[in-house]
Design a protein around this ligand. Structure first.
Ligand code: ZN
Length: 68
């Protein structure tokens, strides 16, 4: 299941900064559950996304991508 998420997201952080540039982080990746935890297994993959450690935080929206 996690491998499916990783392949869908291209093995990199899915965060986009306000300019629409995607984060290029590919090392410190973590799985972020959009709804906290899945209530059903049907669309579990759709509710999980890859985020790097820097962006997998409540204040992630305040951060800009570090890598360019
Ligand atoms: Zn990131």
């Amino acid at each position: 299941m996690k491998r499916a998420v990783s392949e869908r997201d291209g093995g990199r952080c899915t965060f986009k900064d306000p300019r629409g540039r995607k984060c290029a982080e590919t090392v410190t990746l973590e799985f972020d559950r959009l709804n906290g935890f899945a209530r059903t297994h049907l669309h579990e993959v759709d509710e999980i996304r890859l985020l790097c450690r820097a962006h997998n935080r409540p204040a992630a929206g305040q951060l800009y991508a570090r890598a360019s």
